[in-house]
Design a protein around this ligand. Sequence first.
Ligand SMILES: C[S@@+](CC[C@H](N)C(=O)[O-])C[C@H]1O[C@@H](n2cnc3c(N)ncnc32)[C@H](O)[C@@H]1O
Length: 308
Amino acid sequence: MSTPHIPVLLDAVLDTFKDTKGWIVDATLGFGGHSEALLQSSPNIKIIGIDRDKEALAFAKKRLEKFKDRVVFMQGDYSKKIKEALYNFDIKGVLADIGVSSWQLDSKERGFSFESDELDMRMDRDAKLSAYEVLNYYSLEELAKIFKEYGEIRDAKRVAKAIIANRPIQSAKELAHLAKRILPAKKIHPATTLFQAIRIEVNKELDELTALLDSLQEARLKDAKIAIITFHSLEDRIVKNRFKEWAKECICPEGVMRCECGGSNALGKILTKKPIIATSKEKAINPRSRSAKMRVFWMKESNGNKSG
Ligand SMILES: C[S@@+](CC[C@H](N)C(=O)[O-])C[C@H]1O[C@@H](n2cnc3c(N)ncnc32)[C@H](O)[C@@H]1O
């Protein structure tokens, strides 16, 4: 079976979980590349694999058939499924390789690529909101907001106006052509940040990541590693800041004269002072690894497990 996606930072992922025994949640199972390698690396590892994309999940199920006694599959948003996993299993690791897979990006019918005749971008094809609705029905203010916040596009209002003036937009291809006319030429395709913003909105990517971190914070896992791989700065910032919060012993409000919180509130420690990035060899083999960053947090043994 040929694989439609090369797992990024695989050696670092394997190294992170090399001493883990028990259940690891792979919150973004995708094509099962990371999970397969983890299951192969140790007979003590068991996986709960979550993905909202039914086609990816079906592929992963076949791929992981030989480990079927050690794998549980869940279809849906990881923001919701993680709660089920945390409630029902003693979780010792969490891996999230955020974003879209190469296969999703490259499949023309999914509408993620610049050449697509569709305007979709849903990871879960049963979800209600697609790129078509966002581009053709959002107000000027709504469009400008997502372009600014999720695409970090400077002239967001002007871009939103140009989109509205060119409605209806029928395909990703049409949008990519329009982006070339209305956005400044750059080294990368000018539509890149525009597509990123729309994709994040359609799939609620930042809300999903925040909800995942909220659930992990609430669960207070015991002796568990949490490894998160992100592909752009907005997501990396969310992970970095949350891990910093989790590592703080003192949680008193800024400016208090004396510590009143007891000073031992850290959930554990950050294991990656700087994010792990791909080697030049990996970048050469898999160009999509160029922007990958992995941060790892260890939740200590003594965290009271609130998850039941
Ligand atoms: C980069 S791929 C993961 C690839 C995987 N690590 C592998 O080695 O094959 C990301 C996957 O996460 C899924 N995904 C992204 N956000 C999700 C979410 N909020 N809930 C569930 N699945 C999600 C996507 O559908 C996609 O299949």
